[in-house]
Write a protein that binds this ligand. Structure first.
Ligand code: NAD
Ligand code: MG
Length: 382
């Protein structure tokens, strides 16, 4: 039986790499839903290739042009349509590859109808980790990580069997500014920040990698995915991105998962789990690797990492506010409206203005997101 896959965000970096995995294994996978926010050109090309897939364009303004590009084909518009279609009986697994808070509703909708989730959209867990994991547990839904660090930890945990780790070590490349002085980073433009040394990704996560907010988000993601107290999650800078992450046991032994920096590897594993399939990628050449290096992160240069740790330590709705403020600030940075260190400054200020809610409902999460996003916008435009 082929696994029937719905892709939320099929036009993005993860979405397109998911399709490349599917193309390598047409006997194993079938695409039943493709969705995008606004890229009609890419979505319509995908729609022609995957001729029987449902199509959703989330930005309703783009609906007429998608219809015009695909005469005779049924197309849907808007997030509500997406939330309905992911629940369809023809869907086995949902690849959550939308960017930002926008992924929360459709991912929750898929969980509520019992679909397995291949999760790339970490912001969903940052904003609403307790709710999402609670819902998944109630429905017996498996959330398979696509983020390379979390896929690594997931694989190490599978190898660990009954043994529970005492610490997780999340590796971080350190991003494009790892070796820059703070004063030089302060002047960095988006063109510098978008030049990631090891990974080719969407713009928002690439900026998050440059500020290291991405690693902070991944700490929060790991806290929820693996039910691990944040005190037991350690970030280590590893510029070669060969070790994707590690788990440590009480006797000091450490298990690591290694691979080349290619997202198709964790994407494919999430789709094929618990099986492994062949993948046409570059394999590690240990003879050519030379040295692997490690360092503690520099929190002076990358204050976003501290802000994320602080938000998850306090918990409640603060990680949601962290995410919303960051989303607004990164969008402004990408439009050259603010400087690099305005991103942490805005996030810090919005966190301090957020009304703390200890155990927020989903409604409270949406309210926190909207309030924090608006507060950040106000700071950006003031
Ligand atoms: P991207 O910007 O390349 O693609 C985002 C996708 O989401 C696009 O298909 C876009 O149409 C869709 N989208 C954006 N806003 C939307 C909205 N409001 N409503 C509906 N759809 C919307 O991003 P990406 O790099 O593919 O990242 C996607 C997610 O995966 C992010 O959460 C990111 O943190 C995570 N992730 C990405 C990578 C990577 O290598 N790219 C690695 C790990 C995790
Ligand atoms: Mg990652």
């Amino acid at each position: 039986m082929k696994k029937r896959i719905a892709i939320l965000g099929s036009t993005g970096s993860i979405g397109q790499q998911t399709l490349s995995v599917v193309r390598q294994h047409p006997d194993r996978f079938e695409v039943v839903l493709l969705s995008a926010n606004s890229r009609v050109d890419i979505l319509s090309g995908q729609a022609r290739e995957f001729a029987s897939a449902h199509l959703v364009i989330c930005d309703p303004e783009k609906y007429p042009s998608l219809q015009a590009a695909l005469p005779g084909r049924a197309v849907h518009a808007g997030i509500d349509a997406l939330c309905d279609l992911v629940q369809g009986e023809d869907v086995d697994i949902v690849v959550a590859a939308m960017v930002g808070f926008s992924g929360l509703r459709p991912t929750l909708s898929a969980i509520r109808s019992g679909k397995t989730i291949a999760l790339a959209n970490k912001e969903t867990l940052v904003a609403a980790g307790a709710i999402v994991m609670g819902e998944a547990a109630r429905r017996g839904v498996q959330i398979l990580p696509v983020d390379s660090e979390h896929s690594a930890i997931f694989q190490c945990l599978a190898a660990a069997g009954e043994n529970v780790p005492v610490r997780l070590h999340l590796t971080a490349s350190g991003g494009p500014f790892r070796t820059w002085e703070r004063s030089r980073i302060a002047e960095a433009r988006k063109e510098d920040a978008l030049r990631h040394p090891n990974w080719s990704m969407g713009a928002k996560i690439t900026i998050d990698s440059a500020t290291m907010m991405n690693k902070g988000f991944e700490v929060i993601e790991a806290r929820w995915l693996f039910d691990m107290p944040v005190e037991k999650i350690h970030v280590v800078v590893h510029p070669e991105s060969v070790i994707h992450s590690m788990i440590e046991f009480s006797d000091g032994a450490v298990l690591a998962q290694l691979g080349s920096p290619d997202m198709r590897e964790p994407i494919q594993l999430a789709l094929s789990w618990p099986e492994r399939l062949t993948l046409d990628n570059r394999k590690l050449d240990f003879g050519a690797l030379g040295n692997l290096s490690f360092a503690e992160p520099d929190l002076e240069k990358f204050p976003c990492l501290s802000l994320a740790f602080e938000a998850i330590r306090q918990g409640g709705n603060l990680p949601c506010a962290l995410n919303a403020a960051n989303e607004a600030a990164v969008a402004a940075y990408l439009r050259d409206r603010i400087g690099f260190y305005d991103i942490p400054a805005i996030v810090r200020e919005v966190l301090s203005r957020t009304d703390f809610a200890d155990n927020p409902s989903l409604e409270a999460i949406f309210a926190t997101h909207d309030a924090a996003f608006a507060a950040a916008r106000e700071l950006i435009w003031s």
